[in-house]
Design a protein around this ligand. Structure first.
Ligand code: G3P
Length: 225
C-alpha cells in the first residue's frame, strides 16, 4: 500500500518526502484554507514540485461544465496533478469528459459502493472513500473500502482506491490488510505509525548495555591509527 500525505503544509510534506515513504499528496479546500490566505495555485504548484507522485487538488465549481473548465486549467499546473471531483451526478459527467482527455480524476467524497462504481465507470484514476466521516455517523468506513477494492479487483478495473479521511494508525493497518492501493494520512498519523514504546525501550537498553562494558565510546569500528 502506498502512502500519501493529506495536507498542504510544505514543511510536513518535505519531511514525509525526506523520509522516503510518501509518494503523493491529497488536498481539499479545507486543507488548503489551513495554510492561510496564500496563493492557492502557487502553493499547489510548489507541492507538485516537491512530491514525486500524484498531487490531488479539488475543483470548487458545482456544475459539470464548471468542473470541466476548472479541471482543464488545474491540469496545466504540473505533470503530476490530479483533479478532485466530487462523487455526485455533476461529478460523474465531469469525470467522463476529463478522463477521455487523459486528465486524471480523484473521485472524492465517496460514501457508497454505488458512487465508487460510477466513478470507476466514468474513468476516474482514483476513488476516495472517506473512512473517518462514515465512522463518525456510526457506519463502517473500512467495510466500504473493502467492498470497493473487491469490486475493482473482480472486474479488473484500473481505478485505484485511496482510503481517505484517515484518523488514526488503526485505520492505516486495516486499509493495508484489506488491500487499499493507497492510504492518504494526516501528518500526525504518519508520525504515530512508527511509534512503539518497546522500540524506544529496546534502543535505550541496547545502548545502556553497550556503555556498561565499553564505556561512553559508541563508535563501533574505531579507525585504526
Ligand atoms: O482525505 C480526505 C480528508 O481530507 C478528509 O478528512 O478528517 O476532514 O474527514 P476529514
Amino acid at each position: 500500500m502506498e502512502l500519501f500525505l493529506d495536507t498542504a503544509n510544505i514543511e510536513h510534506i518535505r519531511h514525509g518526502v525526506k523520509l522516503g515513504v510518501i509518494s503523493g499528496v491529497t488536498t481539499n479546500p479545507t486543507i488548503l484554507s489551513r495554510e492561510g490566505q496564500v496563493d492557492y495555485q502557487d502553493l499547489v504548484k510548489k507541492i507538485c514540485s516537491i512530491v514525486p507522485g500524484p498531487v490531488s487538488t479539488e475543483v470548487l465549481s458545482r456544475d459539470a461544465p464548471g468542473m470541466v473548465a476548472e479541471a482543464r486549467e488545474i491540469a496545466k499546473w504540473a505533470e503530476n496533478i490530479v483533479v478532485k471531483i466530487p462523487a455526485n451526478l455533476e461529478g460523474v459527467e465531469a469525470t467522463s469528459v476529463l478522463s477521455k482527455e487523459n486528465i486524471r480524476v480523484n473521485f472524492t467524497l465517496c460514501f457508497s459502493l454505488n458512487q465508487a462504481l460510477l466513478g470507476a465507470a466514468a474513468g476516474a484514476a482514483f476513488v476516495s472513500p472517506f473512512v473517518g466521516r462514515l465512522d463518525d455517523i456510526g457506519e463502517d468506513g473500512m467495510e466500504l473500502v473493502a467492498d470497493i477494492v473487491e469490486y475493482l479487483d473482480y472486474y479488473q478495473l484500473p481505478t485505484q482506491v485511496i482510503a481517505a479521511s484517515i484518523r488514526h494508525p488503526q485505520h492505516c493497518l486495516t486499509a493495508a490488510k484489506i488491500g487499499a492501493h493507497i492510504a492518504t494520512v494526516p501528518y500526525k498519523v504518519l508520525l504515530q505509525m512508527i511509534q512503539h514504546p518497546l522500540t524506544d525501550i529496546g534502543v535505550e537498553r541496547f545502548l545502556d548495555d553497550w556503555k556498561r562494558v565499553m564505556g561512553e565510546k559508541t563508535e563501533r569500528f574505531p579507525t585504526k591509527p
